[in-house]
Design a protein around this ligand. Structure first.
Ligand code: PMP
Length: 312
């Protein structure tokens, strides 16, 4: 039996093709959802999918649910269990992208009062390889600015918020770059369209603080921990000016989809010597071993799912 594209939808596991919503669904019109992007990494030796830091992803999603008044009937534990079950039922033995979505499922066309709208949760896992499609990145500074917390909080993965990222990513790629670097309202460096940003300078690692309207990335946290404990480096959360990137020794982006990817050029300036630097490379190697469950010290970050071939 081959893998079965499966969704968790309206409280049940169903074939993905049966998971459909009405065109009057609130979230479709207004972006009133909070989602997550989680990776399931295929470990060939163990014949299992290692889901990376699943709890932390759902903790972030549940924080976003509070903001958007999304009352979903599942606890953190239940969400983790549902995810493992979905991955096991889907039957894939390859790398996966797991996409949970809590959303305003009310079928109503003109109502802007969150408190009156019912919510639901759905989930799908799809095969997924490289997101950025390249090992090193050429970036440009976006002409779009990151939304500010006073407009729409950037610290949660709110569906509608992603129009901001999509405008920046589209602009950058149409101009021939791999990724956009977005500044915040104050003109400080914020992040990529779907990645957090780090610099290496003077033997230290720098990244913007959450208050600069960056998403508190799970990979960001992972890399900060690894840099401190495995490489013994100082990690400093501080405002970063655009010009600091141009003269940094190294720059890299982190994200669930993007992994840890070195940036070798920004706005037509070469960063460092124009190739992946030593700190980025060491962190990237550590990270890749950990996410696939090959480093026993960090195995607690893996939730293990064993695919079974079941028809739904
Ligand atoms: N910033 C933005 C805007 C993102 O969409 C993402 C991807 N979720 C990240 C940063 C990185 O977050 P994480 O490491 O949790 O995937």
């Amino acid at each position: 039996m081959s893998p079965t594209p499966t969704a968790f939808f309206r409280g049940e596991y169903v074939p993905l093709s049966d998971a459909r919503v009405s065109i009057t669904t609130h979230a479709l019109h207004y972006g009133t959802g909070v989602f997550e992007g989680v990776r399931g990494n295929w470990n060939e030796e163990k014949g299992a999918i290692h889901i990376f830091r699943l709890r932390e992803h759902y903790e972030r999603m549940l924080r976003g649910c509070r903001l958007l008044m999304l009352d979903i009937p599942y606890s953190l534990e239940e969400l983790c269990d549902i995810t493992v079950e979905l991955v096991e039922r889907s039957g894939y033995s390859q790398d996966l992208y797991i996409r949970p979505l809590a959303y305003k499922s009310a079928e109503v066309v003109a109502n802007l009062k969150l408190q009156e709208l019912e919510s639901d949760f759905c989930l799908v896992a799809v095969p997924f390889g490289s997101y950025l499609g390249t090992d090193v990145l050429r970036c440009c500074t976006s002409s779009w600015r990151r939304v500010d917390d006073a407009m729409m909080p950037a610290r949660f993965k709110i569906s509608g918020l992603y129009v901001n990222s999509i405008l920046a990513k589209t602009e950058a790629t149409l101009a021939g770059f791999d990724e956009a670097i977005i500044l915040n309202q104050d003109g400080h460096v914020c992040e990529g369209s779907g990645e957090n940003l780090f610099l290496v300078a003077d033997g230290r690692i720098y990244t913007p603080p959450i208050e600069d309207n960056v998403l508190p990335g799970v990979t960001r946290d992972t890399v900060m921990q690894l840099a401190r404990s495995e490489l013994g480096l100082d990690v400093v959360e501080a405002h970063i000016d655009r010009s600091q990137i141009y003269v940094a020794d190294e720059c890299f982006l982190t994200g669930t989809a993007a992994h840890l990817t070195p940036v070798v050029e920004v706005d037509s300036r070469r960063i460092g010597d124009g190739s992946a630097g030593p700190v980025s490379s060491r962190l990237r190697d550590l990270y890749f071993d950990i996410v696939v469950g090959r480093n026993p010290k960090y195995i607690h970050w893996s939730t293990i799912a064993t695919p079974r071939l079941v028809s739904v």
